[in-house]
Design a protein around this ligand. Structure first.
Ligand SMILES: [Fe+2]
Length: 200
């Protein structure tokens, strides 16, 4: 079994610990979580095409880290593991971003961490991150794979067109398959990791 670069392994372990800390509150998400982290016991191929890139929106990262470190254990460690790995990310924009009216295009950024286009190429698991500048809404969207967001920095979250709910460092958001969801940064940048199981 090929090994995995230490910084990425540290990050994956911290994401899992952050999720498991809240397992009792999200029983419906745990079968996907088990599938994801048992698959990740085997390292995927290192993506040699990954070119580290930062966008303007990344200037909000430090502020987001300050918020994230206020979370319960293991979120300070998860924040440190993320921050140590972040210089390797190819930060980009959401694919449909150019079609969204308003300030979204220049005030959000996403990066793939695990999965195609991330640091490790694989076909079964996607782990990525979104950073949204203060005051900006990440538009309502849905997708077939169920998804678990790990909230690092506070914001407002919508699911199934219900009213927005405040979430902060340490919280999870579980979106069943095809559930509509959106998020909105308040006066601090919103930072959240997303985990999806994409294999059949
Ligand atoms: Fe999503």
């Amino acid at each position: 079994m090929p090994g995995r670069e230490q910084g990425l392994q540290r990050f994956i372990d911290a994401v899992e610990a952050g999720i498991r800390a809240r397992a009792a509150d999200f029983p419906d998400a745990m079968s996907m979580v088990d599938r994801i982290f048992s698959a990740l016991e085997n390292a995927g191929e290192v993506n040699t095409e990954n070119t580290p890139t930062r966008l303007e929106t990344c200037r909000h990262l430090e502020n987001a880290y300050d918020q994230a470190r206020k979370g319960p254990e293991p979120f300070p460690e998860l924040t440190d593991a993320f921050a140590a790995l972040e210089p390797k990310f190819a930060w980009n924009r959401r694919a449909e971003a150019a079609t969204v009216a308003g300030d979204f295009y220049d005030n959000h950024t996403n990066a793939m961490i695990v999965g195609n286009g991330g640091l490790e190429t694989r076909q079964d698991v996607v782990i990525g991150v979104s950073l949204v500048a203060p005051g900006i809404t990440y538009p309502r969207h849905h997708h077939p794979p169920e998804e678990l967001y790990v909230v690092l920095s506070s914001g407002e979250w919508m699911q199934n067109d219900n009213p927005m709910v405040a979430k902060r460092s340490g919280d999870l958001v579980h979106n069943p398959s095809n559930a509509w969801h959106a998020m909105q940064a308040t006066d601090v940048p919103l930072l959240a990791i997303w985990c999806l199981w994409i294999a059949a």
